[in-house]
Design a protein around this ligand. Structure first.
Ligand code: SF4
Ligand code: SF4
Length: 434
């Protein structure tokens, strides 16, 4: 009974903390101005199924994709076992499904154990890649102490959790041999390899280790579930809405500014121009509340994998730009603004803005708008859209574009092209090459 009460209290506390944090993340995303688009639901569902559920874009790099797939499938399937943990915890039972499922239970447990071992090995290989081989994209300048530690905590925790499952099953099998009260699970291949480690221990010690591993695993999973809502690992959930709400237009499409479009239409006397347009508001984005809700959702979905940065021509050629950092900075700014709101302070009155205090002009000006980062991202994040919005603000609100660009702007305004030629001379080259 004491164990059941302890379990109910632990579960309730975890559910409460997670629900509160999810609420905070939703409120942060709603700080953005343009709401999430939900038109064309069939295309959106297809994207979500292929990219988030099917991991389609991960397979551009085969070996990490396979290892990631093990962790992902392991996460989904092993959580079915957690269902039994929760029911056992609430009802005070032990392996409640075993008598009902019979030999199918043995098959299921062996599948879970295979996945647990696959997750464990994949995590160890990922830890080696990050910390021993030091794959370059995990050591970029924006991967400071915390992001690197965060990734290691996640991988290390998963290793420990998988070891706890195998330890629990190994000691449970030994107890099944000596104590008639223990439900028979049948032979479990991987955990039985650990049985020699515990052979010969007194029954009380075995019971203690089995119970300790059970509690460790379930508390570990609940603590991990809370932790990931503060970590880059949140992508395991946010990748789903992120791919659903992702932009459906072709990658090269840039969002027009309706006010500017209307002004051009008025200049050209087009019939669908609105002669009384609404107040223009701010052009581009200076802070997170100028960005769209999709931009902010993107920031929470970022896995910090660095695939975007490793493909970015500006980054490769040594410019001070990392699309991954753009997403990390956007998320950091949201969290900083939320801390002020939670303290009852004016949200944006800290004298800081996303532009300048988190992302510099040097960074946004280095972008070639090539879309390589968008193409590379495994969860359909678009760092370029944030860069373009910040650049729009600098160019249109501050007239602060680099001096070398101003000639180009003037040419576009007067000659409708970046070059200083009259539109009437545009086809001269064809005459010259006749
Ligand atoms: S669009 Fe900009 S940030 Fe993205 S890869 Fe190209 S240069 Fe880098
Ligand atoms: S934006 Fe995408 S590719 Fe870049 S680090 Fe985040 S998840 Fe990875």
């Amino acid at each position: 009974m004491i164990q059941q009460i302890a379990f109910v209290l632990t579960l309730a506390a975890a559910v409460f903390i997670i629900a509160r944090r999810v609420g905070t993340i939703r409120k942060n995303i709603r700080l953005g101005r343009k709401p999430l688009a939900d038109d064309r639901p069939q295309e959106r569902l297809k994207n979500m199924t292929l990219v988030a559920f099917g991991q389609k874009k991960m397979f551009k790099r085969f070996i990490p994709a396979i290892l990631h797939l093990f962790i992902y499938v392991g996460f989904l399937v092993i959580n079915l076992e957690v269902l039994e943990f929760v029911i056992d915890g609430l009802a005070g039972t032990h392996r409640i499904f075993a008598p009902y499922l019979g030999s199918f239970y043995t098959v299921l447990m062996n599948i879970f154990e295979f996945l647990a071992v696959a997750v464990l090995l994949s995590c160890v290989i990922f830890l080696i890649r990050r910390n021993v081989i030091k794959v370059k994209r995990f050591w970029n300048y924006e991967m400071t102490k915390w992001p690197r530690l965060d990734a290691n905590i996640i991988l290390f925790t998963e290793v420990i959790l998988m070891l706890a499952i195998l330890t629990m099953n190994a000691t449970d099998q030994l107890l099944q041999q000596t104590n008639g009260h223990y439900t028979q699970t049948g032979s479990l291949f991987f955990s039985s390899m650990l049985m020699p480690l515990f052979n010969g221990l007194p029954e009380n010690t075995l019971i203690f280790i089995e119970r300790f591993a059970w509690w460790f695993h379930i508390i570990g999973i609940l603590a991990f579930s809370i932790y990931i809502t503060y970590s880059k690992h949140l992508h395991i959930f946010i990748a789903f809405p992120n791919t659903y709400y992702a932009k459906l237009e072709p990658k090269g499409h840039m969002n027009n500014m309706p006010v500017v479009t209307n002004e051009v239409k008025l200049m050209l006397n087009l019939p669908d121009a609105n002669p009384n347009p609404a107040e223009a508001g701010r052009f581009g984005a200076k802070d997170i509340n100028d960005l769209s809700q999709l931009n902010l959702l993107n920031a929470y979905a970022c896995t910090e994998c660095g695939r975007c940065t490793s493909e970015c021509p500006a980054s490769i050629t040594g410019k001070k730009l990392s699309p991954r950092k753009i997403m990390m900075d956007t998320r950091d700014r949201m969290e900083d603004v939320r801390k002020r709101i939670d303290k009852g302070e004016e949200a944006f009155a800290d004298g800081k803005t996303l532009l300048n205090d988190y992302i510099t002009k040097e960074e946004i000006n280095a972008c070639t708008s090539c879309n390589a980062c968008v193409e590379a991202c495994p969860v359909m994040i678009n760092p370029l859209e944030i860069i373009l919005e910040l650049r729009r603000y600098v160019a249109m609100e501050e007239s602060g574009a680099p001096a070398s660009w101003n000639g180009m702007f003037q040419n576009i305004e007067t000659s409708f092209a970046p070059w200083k030629f009259s539109p009437a001379d545009r086809f001269n080259w064809a005459q010259e090459n006749k």
